[in-house]
Structure formats: structure tokens, C-alpha cells
Design a protein. Structure first.
Length: 219
């Protein structure tokens, strides 16, 4: 495998440890709306997805209505949710720095809004490393698992999909990267990660950020 020309990082679950907090709140909200789902279900099913796509799926498949302001309320509550501190994923900063030192282009592409990235990446001190290239599913017609976001990031950065790799942790994100024609490395860093689902989606699995340097040639 030749070194990539562009490394595309997902944000939540790859750069910052937010998936558990977010999915616990989502489970609470869905239960309150009359759609009883566990944290584990939400973590496995909705990780890597935009809240707009989650709402659309639930309201299409069920009689549940989450409200026209569901997404706005969700985003308005994020500063409070993450106010108690967000930690970066262990050792991911080392890999980002290795990519940067190697002179390889990199960016972040996530289902989250740019405003959320400013909160989470800002709290961890990772924001200065990514401010130059931040992409959100709000910029494209279809979010993950569709390839639109990753293709938009690659096109904007000036690279062909075949020259890009994606670092993901969700099944939806892995599917999106594979559909975009990119090689995907899929992180399963805790007990709630769907390792089998990541492999079935076409990702190369790994469970420690320190192992990425051995999987991805940087020069």
C-alpha cells in the first residue's frame, strides 16, 4: 500500500471521546418521546449518524414524532452536555502529528456540525490541528452511510478518492468511506464498538491508535 495523499479523520469516537455521552442522552430523549431504546442500542445503531438522519429514520419507520425542533434542541444542548470535559482518544494526537510531520494532507469530516467540533476539539486542544480543513454533513445532501461527505472533503482538498484513507469508528462511517472508494481503518476502542459490523462494512479493524502507524504507511 502506497502512502495516502489525504487522511480523513472522523471526529466523535476517533479524535474525541464523546460517543458514550451523546448516546446516553439520545437514549434518554428517545425514551421520553415514547420510543424505548437502550444506550447500547443507540451506541450501536446511531453512532456516526447526524441527528437529522436519526430523526428521519425513526419517524419514517415508526409512529413516533420527535418534534420539528428536535435537531435544534439537540444542538443547543451540546455545550451543556460537554461542559464537564471532553477527552481526546488516547494516542490519536501522536498519529495526527505523524501525518503532519510526514507532509501528508489531512482533515476532519464528521456528521456533526462545525459548531460542535469547535466545542469538542476546542476542549481537547486538538482544534488548532484541524481548523484548516473541517467538513460537516451539513455541507452535503446525504450524510453517512452515503459517500457524499468524504467525496466532498476529497474534492475540496484536491485529491482523488483512491488516494485517500479514512479513519472511522462507526459502521455508517465505514460504509461511507468504502462507498467513496477509499480505504477505511475502523477503530473499535471500547466494549460498545461493533467490531463485526465494522469488518462486514469493509473496514480494516484496529483497537489501539498506536497501531495505526504500523497499518498506514506514511513515507
Amino acid at each position: 500500500m502506497a502512502p495516502p495523499k489525504l487522511v480523513i479523520f472522523d471526529c466523535d469516537g476517533i479524535l474525541v471521546d464523546t460517543e458514550n455521552m451523546a448516546n446516553k442522552r439520545l437514549a434518554d430523549w428517545l425514551n421520553a418521546a415514547g420510543y424505548p431504546k437502550s444506550f447500547e442500542f443507540c451506541r450501536k445503531t446511531y453512532s456516526g449518524r447526524s441527528m437529522a438522519s436519526v430523526q428521519k429514520e425513526i419517524e419514517t419507520q415508526t409512529e413516533i414524532r420527535l418534534g420539528a425542533d428536535f435537531v435544534d434542541r439537540w444542538n443547543a444542548g451540546l455545550p451543556d452536555l460537554f461542559s464537564h470535559g471532553v477527552e481526546e482518544i488516547p494516542f490519536v494526537r501522536d498519529f495526527v502529528e505523524a501525518v503532519r510531520v510526514a507532509g501528508i494532507a489531512y482533515c476532519v469530516a464528521t456528521s456533526a456540525r462545525i459548531s460542535k467540533m469547535h466545542i469538542t476539539l476546542g476542549q481537547t486542544g486538538l482544534l488548532p490541528l484541524f481548523e484548516h480543513a473541517m467538513f460537516s454533513s451539513t455541507m452535503v445532501a446525504r450524510g453517512k452511510p452515503f459517500p457524499d461527505l468524504f467525496l466532498h472533503a476529497a474534492t475540496t482538498m484536491g485529491f482523488a478518492p483512491a488516494d485517500c484513507i479514512v479513519i472511522e469508528d462507526s459502521v455508517a462511517g465505514t460504509q461511507a468511506g468504502v462507498a467513496a472508494g477509499m480505504r477505511v481503518f475502523s477503530y473499535h476502542g471500547d466494549a460498545y464498538s461493533d467490531r463485526d459490523g465494522l469488518i462486514q462494512a469493509g473496514g480494516t479493524p484496529f483497537d489501539d491508535m498506536r497501531s495505526l502507524a504500523g497499518l498506514v504507511p506514511l513515507g
